[in-house]
Each structure stands twice: as structure tokens, then as C-alpha cells.
Write a protein that binds this ligand. Structure first.
Ligand code: ZN
Length: 244
């Protein structure tokens, strides 16, 4: 039986890891991406090369890509640091102003509508509650409620899968390593984009980015924690058990 899935694929680290996770599991995988007036629109340029590279790792599984343009909708609402040239800061509600209200709810709704039309049952998305910026639409409860609402509203049995929900950024790098080894880690390190400011001018140890925005900080800290854990594991696993 063909197990099919639709992956929300932005071109970032999390969604690329989710795409690898889905390709490793399911025999027919399609991708959906969204333009919404994001300042880091450069992330969308990462999608096609990443798709080709991942398709080569898991041959014969990757189907079509679908781009949906929500620019008029989300930029029309406006007022966030992710969709306008305003400084990234905390709001009075204790949330970063990079939060785009309704964005992930809209993404999941569009993804389910497309999955309905394409006959795909699983919807895979990179929301994460463990190591995130406090966005309420990344919470597990939100995703579970959306699954219920979408299934009721479309009379389907979609399964919303969030493989990163309980993984921190270090564990996300470890997952990439487990799925595709050094080749996949390198692909994600150099081929994905996370930086909110869209900076791809220099390659750091953990990938491209400004190094100081919240997305870069999370990515860099996760990389460093993962490298440190991998280094101490290899010391423990060495035959002598002692480096000296
Ligand atoms: Zn950055």
C-alpha cells in the first residue's frame, strides 16, 4: 500500500528535516510552500535545490511541489517583524513581534485543502513546542485541535504529524544525522535557510545567517549542543574509554 504524505516545506532547517523524515517513511511524498511577504523570502530559493538533493537520497518517492501565494492575505494584515521592515522585539504579551497571528493555522488549512484534492492522508509539519519562540500556533494542543477541526470541516481522516514537536534544535540535528548521516547534515547545514533577516552572506559553522536574530541564535545554539553531545558520545564510545 502506498503511504502518502504532504510536507509543509519552507526551505528552513526544521521543514527540511521533516521532509527527510517523511521520505524515509513514506513512498509518495509531496511538498507545499507558502509565499506570504516574508522578509526572508530567500528561504524559498532554497526549496528547489533541497528537493532535488533529498530526492537523490530517497529515489522515486518525491512527487510534485505546490507553491501557494498568501502574500496579499498576510501582508495585507501586516504589522509583524516577519512581514515588514520593523525591528524584532518583544511585545507586551511576551511574544516576539515575529509572530504572524494565524499563519500556521492558515498554512495547515491550505495544506489540508490541497491534501484533500490530491488524496494525501498525512500532513507533516515542523512545529515544535520544546525549543521555540513561544509561538502559540506551534503548540501540540494547537496542532491537535487543528487536526480535529480539519477532519470535521472536510470530512476526512487526515493525520497531522509533527516529528519535531518534542525535539529541541540539538535533537533536530541528531535526527538528520540518524536519517541520512553526514551527507544529510551537510545538506541541511549549507542548503537550508533560517535567518529572519534573510542574510546568506556568510557561512557559519551552523549554516548561513546573521548570527544574531532569534532564528539564528536558536539554530547556532542547537548546532553547538549537538556537536558537544556527539563529541562526548564518541569519547565514551572509544575502545579505551579515555582520550589521554
Ligand atoms: Zn539571522
Amino acid at each position: 500500500m502506498t503511504e502518502s504524505a504532504l510536507v509543509l516545506f519552507s526551505g528552513g532547517q526544521d521543514s527540511a528535516t521533516c521532509l527527510a523524515w517523511a521520505l524515509d517513511r513514506y513512498s509518495a511524498v509531496e511538498t507545499i510552500g507558502f509565499a506570504y511577504g516574508q522578509r526572508h523570502i530567500v528561504e524559498l530559493d532554497c526549496r528547489a535545490p533541497l528537493r532535488s538533493a533529498l530526492a537523490a537520497v530517497w529515489p522515486g518517492r518525491l512527487g510534485p511541489d505546490h507553491m501557494i501565494d498568501l502574500t496579499a492575505v498576510l501582508q495585507g494584515i501586516g504589522g509583524t517583524a516577519l512581514t515588514s521592515e520593523i525591528a524584532i522585539a518583544m511585545t507586551d504579551e511576551g511574544l516576539p513581534n515575529t509572530f504572524v497571528p494565524g499563519r500556521n493555522l492558515l498554512f495547515l488549512t491550505c495544506a489540508a485543502a490541497l491534501a484533500y484534492r490530491r488524496g494525501l492522508r498525512r500532513i507533516v509539519a515542523g512545529m515544535c513546542e520544546t525549543d521555540y519562540s513561544g509561538y502559540p500556533d506551534c503548540r501540540d494542543d494547537t496542532v491537535k485541535a487543528m487536526q480535529l477541526a480539519l477532519n470535521l470541516g472536510m470530512q476526512r481522516r487526515f493525520v497531522l504529524e509533527t516529528p519535531l514537536m518534542w525535539r529541541d534544535k540539538a535533537a533536530t540535528w541528531a535526527l538528520a544525522d540518524a536519517l541520512g548521516g553526514a551527507r544529510l547534515v551537510e545538506l541541511i547545514r549549507t542548503g537550508t535557510h533560517s535567518c529572519y533577516l534573510g542574510d546568506r552572506s556568510r557561512l557559519e559553522e551552523w549554516g548561513y545567517g546573521c548570527g544574531t536574530c532569534p532564528a539564528c541564535e536558536l539554530r547556532a545554539q542547537g548546532w553547538q549542543r549537538w556537536r558537544a553531545a556527539a563529541a562526548s558520545a564518541s569519547i565514551t564510545a572509544s575502545p579505551s574509554g579515555d582520550e589521554t
